[in-house]
Every structure is written in structure tokens, then in C-alpha cells.
Ligand binder design. Sequence first.
Ligand code: TIU
Length: 228
Amino acid sequence: MSDVQLAAEPGPLEFDPGRAALVVIDMQRDFLEPGGFGETLGNDVSLLQAAVGPCRVALEAARRAGMLVIHTREGHRPDLSDAPPAKLARGAPSRRIGDPGPMGRILVRGEPGHDIVAALYPEPGEVVLDKPGKGAFHQTDLAQILANGGIDTLLVCGVTTEVCVHTTIREGNDRGYRCVAIGDACASYFPEFHRVGLEMIKAQGGIFGWVSDAQSFAAALSAAEAAA
Ligand code: TIU
């Protein structure tokens, strides 16, 4: 497939789908469904549902185009040895990381709540990347995976806009990747943080990335397929 042109802000971006990856951040039951980590932090988790449909549009478009797809999951080892004490101390004292909840132990790998929501479940052959922090590069082999795939552009969606999506885009930008947030495929527990979070990325001529949307991403890939 040839280069595609993606409608984005602050301006359009050309990229080669063979050198781009779709990174779906933390679309886990722990963040999106009642009884998980997101709710223990005092959030209305229903707000994150807005990202599911657009994530699916982006995911299906990337799959059709044969792009590298990476799903991340935030969470910890069952013994919590990789969870910093400062992180463990957050949230409601009654239910913190590692404590039992209706979807198993909160934010612990292998528990039902740690899994990805059904609508966006990874397909065989897609990368599932477990990360202990907010950014997808921190203490993971993401950089190696991207280098092995010859990737130079990251299309990023998922939750939450101002926490794990932002951290990953900032990390990726500093490592030299061109990072695009698929804005409507991101969501936050705070609508204002979502809006301003996207503005921060694209302000100042795209200070640390671009912002596009799921339909524009799908349309760019279909146009390239039709031209091929
Ligand atoms: N709390 C919140 O907004 N986010 C997180 O804790 N993790 C992610 O964003 N995935």
C-alpha cells in the first residue's frame, strides 16, 4: 500500500500504513466497567463508553489494511512487586490495587477485570502489551517491537485521554515517533480533560503530535486500498 494522507490537526499527515501501528490503550474492563479500578477512584465509568464505537472503527480499518495492531493493558503482577508503593496508596482505602472486587483483584494481571472489553477483543496475531505504568513505553518491550516492525508512526486511541493516552504519546514523541491521537476513539472520566487534553497535543503547531478521528483514519486507509 502506498502512503496515505490523513486529515488531522494541526495539519494533514502522510504515513505509510506498513510503517504505522495502531495502539489501543487500556480498553480494559477495570477502566470501563463498574466494579473495577476506575470506579474505585471515584469515577463514573460510563463516560468511557463513548470511545468504544470509534475504537472499533479504527481497529477494523487497521485490521483490513494489515497494520500492526497493539493492545495495551495496565496492571500488575499478582504479588504486586512491580507496583510502586506510591501507586498502591491511591484510591479508596476500602478497595485498592490488588484487593478483591466483583471482577477479581483490582488491576492485577490474569483477573477478569484486567481483560480487554469484549467489543475490542484482540485477534490472534495482535500484540497484547502488559504495562505497569501509565505510558506504554515504561518498563515494556514496546520500543523493541516497534523497531522490529520498522514503525515510525503511532495512531493512538483508548483511555484515558489525559492519563495513559497522553503519557504514551508524550513518550512516543520524545522517542521520535510521529504520534496521532484518534480523538473520538479516546475518552476520559472528565469531559473537559478530554477536550483540553486533545488541544494540548495539537497546539503550538502540533507540539507533541496530531489529532485526527476514527472516520478520517478509516477513510484514509480505504482511499489507499482503492488506489492500490
Ligand atoms: N485514572 C485514569 O484516568 N487513568 C488510569 O489510571 N489509567 C489509564 O489511563 N489507562
